[in-house]
Design a protein. Structure first.
Ligand code: NAD
Length: 505
């Protein structure tokens, strides 16, 4: 495929970048498979234990120089990266679609998100503001500065194989950190392609060692990153069980984490909602990316007065969803990522039936090449065990509610807390939903769905979603350390709190 060539993906590829690509005999191979066809699309040499050490050492060396590079100059690197990504938007969007299985439009959207966060980070490079504050002591002042942290680890999930890296990398770079990226082993080609794009820019700016890559099993190189005391921050995006392990392992050595974990996102549809808008948003939220977004809509809490109309309009849309080749422009829903995902989907549908749920639109595996399924809608009770879990597939639960208070109570009654939304024209309902007594998620939208965030706001969730924040707003502070300094510009020895020490009264 021509676009693979354009991205530098030919032959057996190295999965280790330490200021230069590292390869050679004796490394385990990883094969990347297209979920739409089951065919092999690339082979990568995985990072060995010795490679890891080399990556860490070269990153540390690069960081020592990078931390002293003025932040606005670091911003120029990211400005060029945004331009380079603009040039490669189409081939990279296609690769995301080919390797992960999301439709091409969503692949392009992911690359656009990379560009957007780079643009954001360029401005940020001149806004890493610290505060100054009055001192209680005469001829003293107090200031805070933000300094780079060091070599940070970025571990990403398969479902956003390029954007989540950029969210972290663009901010970390302007903040003065060097980084080691461990992508999902389900999407290694995307990582190599992005690294190739980054390298073109880094070479021009003589900072190749700042952006590094390791590809290998979570249980080997991923674990190495978690346990490495030289890594002050691990930004982890993935499932709740894995996030718990990351938190425990990094926490044990008192390292820092940013955790972006699973969601169980609900849309509330009140009796006065614009039903067509709600149906379109839920359709995109549940079927888009084949239900494989952290922000995918998993539950609809619909008022009993409009449930019938809402469900019949939604089912009508499901009947016409075009499932197939994600690179075909007429396709709306591509495959699931692999066989394991189909098994989890089938298990969840079985659980729903066993618990007494009612299937409103039947999901099932589509036989043939690739990991394709039909999406499913089921009417359930919020307290079913399976409803309390995140099933990473196009399985949508309908739950009846009878008031705003009932909606908020059921909405919050799950362990996760990522994204949420309400459809209503009622000012009181809308404000209540975003009040301290409303949604307990990290994100709450009004009259738009749960998925499709912009980079400007801080992105992340509460409860078992992990509490991390990435992307816009002041998420950058997590990639830096704060240095508070008190400065005496006079010549008197003066202690705070009026303490006298060894002086005559
Ligand atoms: P996953 O937890 O299986 O894997 C995530 C990453 O962890 C992968 O890179 C994997 O190789 C790595 N890993 C596995 N074992 C490890 C170990 N012992 N040490 C270190 N790393 C290890 O998740 P997934 O299936 O790739 O992605 C789907 C999940 O990610 C869903 O739960 C989804 O909601 C979540 N997600 C969350 C966000 C968010 O921002 N909140 C965004 C995207 C995805």
């Amino acid at each position: 495929m021509e676009f693979m060539k354009e991205l530098g993906l030919e032959g057996v590829l190295s999965g280790t970048y330490a200021g230069e690509w590292i390869s050679g005999e004796g490394r385990d191979q990883l094969v990347s498979v297209s979920p739409a066809t089951g065919e092999t699309i690339g082979t990568i040499l995985q990072t060995s234990e010795a490679d890891y050490e080399r990556v860490m050492q070269s990153s540390t060396e690069a960081w020592k120089k990078w931390r002293m590079t003025p932040a606005p100059i670091r911003g120029l690197v990211i400005r060029d990266l945004a331009d380079e990504l603009r040039k490669f938007k189409e081939p990279l969007g296609k690769l995301v679609s080919l390797e992960m299985g999301k439709i091409y439009q969503e692949g392009l959207g992911e690359v656009q998100e990379m560009i957007d966060i780079c643009d954001f980070a360029v401005g940020l490079s001149r806004q890493l503001y610290g505060k100054t504050m009055p001192s209680e002591r005469p001829e003293h002042r107090i200031q805070e500065q933000w300094h780079p942290l060091g070599v940070i680890g970025i571990i990403t999930a398969f479902n956003f194989p390029v954007a989540v890296y950029a969210w972290n990398a663009a901010l970390a770079a302007v903040c003065g950190d060097a980084m080691i990226w461990k992508p999902s082993s389900k999407t290694p080609l995307c990582a190599v392609a992005v690294q190739n794009i980054v390298n073109r820019v880094a070479k021009r700016h003589d900072c190749e060692g700042v952006f590094n890559l390791i590809i290998g099993k979570g249980s080997t190189v991923g674990e190495r990153l978690l346990q490495d005391k030289r890594v002050p921050l691990v930004s982890f995006t993935g499932s709740v069980p894995m996030g718990r392990h990351v938190s425990e392992t990094v926490g044990r050595r008192l390292g820092r984490t940013i955790l972006e974990l699973g969601g169980n996102n609900a849309v509330v549809v009140m009796e006065d909602a614009d039903i067509d808008n709600a149906v379109n948003s839920v359709f995109f939220g549940a079927v888009g990316t084949s239900g494989q977004r952290c922000t995918s809509t998993r539950r609809v809490l619909v008022h009993k007065d409009v449930k019938g109309e809402f469900v019949s309009k939604l089912v009508e849309k499901y009947q016409h969803v075009r499932i197939g080749d994600p690179l075909d422009s007429s396709t709306v829903m591509g495959p699931l990522v692999d066989e394991q995902a189909i098994v989890a989907y089938e298990r969840a549908m079985d659980e729903v039936k066993k618990a007494g749920g009612k299937i409103l639109y039947a999901g099932e595996r589509i036989e043939g090449k690739g990991s394709f399924v039909k999406p499913c809608i089921a009417e359930v009770k919020n307290d079913f065990k399976i409803v309390q879990e995140e099933t990473f597939a196009p399985l949508l639960y309908i739950i009846e509610i009878d008031s705003i208070d009932d909606a908020i109570e059921k909405h919050n009654d799950v362990p996760q807390g990522l994204s949420s939304s309400i459809f209503t024209r009622n000012f009181h309902y809308a404000e209540k939903f975003v009040s301290p007594a409303g949604s307990d998620c990290g994100m709450a939208n009004i009259n738009l769905g749960t998925s499709g965030a912009e980079i400007g706001g801080a992105f992340g969730g509460e409860k078992e979603t992990g509490g991390g924040r990435e992307s816009g707003s002041d998420a950058w502070k997590l990639y830096m350390r704060r240095l508070t300094s008190a400065i005496n510009y006079g010549s008197e020895f003066v202690l705070a709190q009026g303490i006298k020490f060894g002086e005559d009264d």
